[in-house]
Each structure stands twice: as C-alpha cells, then as structure tokens.
Design a protein around this ligand. Structure first.
Ligand SMILES: Cc1cc2nc3c(=O)[nH]c(=O)nc-3n(C[C@H](O)[C@H](O)[C@H](O)COP(=O)(O)OP(=O)(O)OC[C@H]3O[C@@H](n4cnc5c(N)ncnc54)[C@H](O)[C@@H]3O)c2cc1C
Length: 387
C-alpha cells in the first residue's frame, strides 16, 4: 500500500519503520525542517520494550540507556537534598521494566532503522484531505486525496496521523482539539542552559507549592525544566517572547534555590519549549482510511511517563494488524484499537498521581511529600548540591 504518515516523531518514525519493513511504500511528511531532537529523556516501559525488541532495536536502545533517575534528587531552598527522585518512576513503574533514553537518541535510532521503502519530506504538512471511493476521479478503489502546504498533492491508500498532541490530521478529520483535549492543570517548559557548570553531576529539582524547577545534565547538554500548575493558557506557540513570559510570570517572586538564575537563563535563551500537560481522549482513533497513532490519538500527558511507550506499541500493533488483515483496513484499525486501548486507559489514569507527586499544590502537601521521601530514604541523603 501507499501510506502517508504525518509527523516524524517517535510514533511516526516507529510506524514508518514497521510499515516500511512490511513492504509498504511510505511517505512521512514532517512540518519541521529537520528531525526534532529536543526533549528530556523519555521512558520505554513494559510491553513497549517488547515492541522495540521485535523491531530489532532493543540492543541499540539498551546501549544508549541513561540512569538519570538514579542521580536525581529533590532539594530544599538551600540546595540540601530531601529525597531521591525516581523521575522515571513518577507513576510507580518497576525499574527493571523501564529503559530511560534521551529522546534525541530514540528519534535517531528509529530514523536510522528506516528501510528504503520510506521517504521523509521535511518542511511540509497536510493542508487538506479527502477520503473517497475513487468514483470522482476514475480510480479503481478508495483512497485519500491529500493537498500539502507546499502545493504538492498525492493519493494514498491510508493516512496515519502521527503528528503529536496538537495533530493537524486529527483536526482535519476528527474536528477541533478542544473537543478532545483534557487539560491536567499543569504546564511545563524546557530551556537549554549554557555550559556544564550547573548541576555538578547531580540532577536537582526544587519545589515551591504548585511549581518546580530542575536542572538536568545528560551527555553534553544541561537543561532547565519548569513545571507549574495553571489553567489553560492561550498563547501563540510560535511566539518565543510569549512563551518566555508564561514561565517568568509563573515563577515571579520565587527566590529560593537557583530559581532567579534559571529565570535569567529563560530571559537569555534564543528559544524554549512550552506546552501543557494534556491528554487527548477520543472514542475512536480511526475514520475511513485515516488512523491516529501516538500523542495525536491518545496523548497521556508527560506526567504519566508513558507517551513514548504508547507511541511504540501503537505503531507496532497498527503494522501487525494491517499485515494480518490485508486490504481490510477497517478490521485492521479496529483490532489495532482493541489491542492498544487498555495501555492507553491505564497510562491516562496514572497521570494525575504523577502530577500530585511532582507538584504538591500546597505547603502542607509539599511537606508531606518530602517527609515521605525522607522516610523512604531511611537516612539523611549524603548528596549535597553546589548551589
Ligand atoms: C520537540 C519535542 C520535545 C519533546 N520533549 C519531551 C520531553 O522532554 N519529555 C516528554 O515526556 N515528552 C516530550 N515530547 C513528547 C514525546 O516525544 C511524545 O509524548 C511521545 O514520544 C509520543 O510521540 P509522538 O510521535 O506521538 O509525538 P511527538 O514526539 O510530539 O512527535 C510529533 C511529530 O509531529 C510533528 N508535527 C506536528 N504537527 C505537524 C503537522 N501538522 N504536520 C507534520 N508534522 C507535524 C512534530 O514536529 C513532531 O516531529 C517532545 C516532543 C517534541 C516534538
């Protein structure tokens, strides 16, 4: 089949790998000018480990495994550790069933594994699509006629929307995002910090009620992470100054730990990544010849720590079901959904517990969380930050 995938993130690349490996002719269209390599480490958990194993990528992924959680801790306002941060464990995962990997490494691993049957076209996006039975244009069977931003057009047997939480394909086929988006009351921001002077080998997170700021070092990058509770924020995603203002306003007046320095880094940064912790909840992930995979269909929010795993299992199940069901894409889509839905339900249910553990809302909640961390440690932590 001739298959179009919108989005070259984890879900899009994994789906391209899996569909291309089964002999389909796959075009991936990515609206950025290159693969997007930003992001903190992501987790591959549970059955997603089996999915990458069956893709033949597990050994390479294991080689690139990080152990950030083991070198992370919460610190108080003076930089004194109050408890270990099992960052990958915010929803209670078993460490043995969890591989932490830099998002960039996973993206590049998947991209390197693409077969010759896959082409990626950057700086383009689906503008409109029409799913038809072919009678209008004299073709033999059904297909999806697609117009792209670049002015190109194409006809595909299937279209896979793998274009993330703010999916353009979903908007075109299923309607406006607001109908499916469930905001979890948290925003997050990432900004690259210059040099390696920040963390001294220890990744640190400091909370004030309803907010956290952290510094993480991996490979040759140091990144500041901000998370804060807030209702939906209306801003232009392309406006860097507007994104900076959101972070600066959220932390205005906070002077503990290194937060003033981190806010200076926000002011000076050429760019930063800001988004909400939101879930996408759709009753069905397919319509006609169009199907959604990954955050586009069922974003669980980063607080669940499971978005990447869902993207990987989803890509795998979709390709397997299309292989099993031949030309019957409707049955294949239904079976893909039936296999994937339990993972999505569980991941989405776990996100709020992750939020309450990472972002206690009040001073009392924060004190209780920290007391629990101290008790779990069983003794004062030896690690001292250099703030
Ligand atoms: C730059 C970036 C940084 C991230 N950082 C983190 C992080 O630090 N921690 C974390 O837990 N998760 C992060 N994520 C999200 C995480 O990658 C996903 O939750 C998860 O891996 C599921 O992947 P996905 O492929 O469904 O979505 P994504 O990884 O978001 O990939 C979607 C892809 O689609 C592209 N795209 C978007 N709209 C269009 C369009 N209209 N047409 C064509 N292409 C489009 C995007 O550029 C992107 O390449 C990040 C995502 C991105 C894009």
């Amino acid at each position: 089949m001739h298959i179009l995938i919108s989005g070259a993130g984890i879900a899009g690349l994994a789906a391209a790998r899996e569909l291309g490996a089964r002999g389909h002719d796959v075009t991936v269209v990515e609206h950025a000018h290159h693969l997007r390599l930003e992001g903190t480490p992501v987790d591959i958990r549970g059955d997603a480990i089996g999915a990458v194993d069956r893709m033949g990528l597990l050994a390479r992924i294991r080689e690139q495994r990080l152990r950030m959680s083991e070198s992370s801790c919460f610190v108080d306002g003076d930089g004194v550790p109050v408890g270990r941060v099992p960052v990958a464990d915010t929803s209670g995962a078993d460490e043995d069933a969890d591989i932490e990997i830099l998002r960039e490494d996973l993206v590049l691993t998947l991209a390197d594994a693409l077969p010759d049957t896959v082409t990626i076209r950057f700086a383009d996006a689906v503008r409109s699509l029409t799913d038809d039975d072919g009678s209008d244009n004299g073709s033999d069977g059904g297909g999806v006629h697609v117009c792209f931003d670049s002015g190109r057009t194409g006809r595909y047997d299937l279209v896979v929307g793998a274009d993330g939480q703010h999916s353009g394909v979903r908007e075109l086929v299923f309607g406006p995002e607001k109908e499916y988006l469930r905001h979890l009351g948290v925003h997050f921001a990432l900004v690259d910090l210059p040099g390696d002077t920040w963390s001294g080998g220890v990744n640190m997170i400091h909370n004030v009620p309803g907010r956290l700021a952290g510094v993480f070092r991996y490979k040759d990058r140091t990144v500041a992470v901000f998370q804060f509770r807030s209702g939906p924020l209306d801003h232009d995603h392309r406006d860097t100054d507007a994104r900076k203002r959101i972070v600066l306003d959220a932390f205005a007046g906070v002077t503990s730990w290194r937060i003033p320095l981190l806010l200076d880094a926000v002011r000076a940064a050429p760019t930063l990544y800001v988004d909400s912790a939101s879930q996408i909840r759709l009753p069905s992930w397919h319509r006609g010849r169009v199907v959604l995979v990954g955050d586009a269909g069922y974003c669980p929010a980063f607080l669940s720590g499971r978005g990447t795993s869902l993207a990987l299992t989803g890509a795998r199940f979709l390709a397997e079901e299309l292989e099993r069901n031949g030309d019957d894409h409707t049955t294949a889509f239904e079976r893909y959904e039936a296999r994937q839905r339990p993972y999505v339900t569980s991941a989405q249910a776990s996100a709020e517990a992750g939020r309450d553990r990472l972002l206690p809302a009040t001073r009392a909640d924060l004190a209780a969380r920290d007391a629990g961390l101290r008790a779990a440690a069983g003794r004062p932590l030896a690690v001292r930050s250099s703030s």
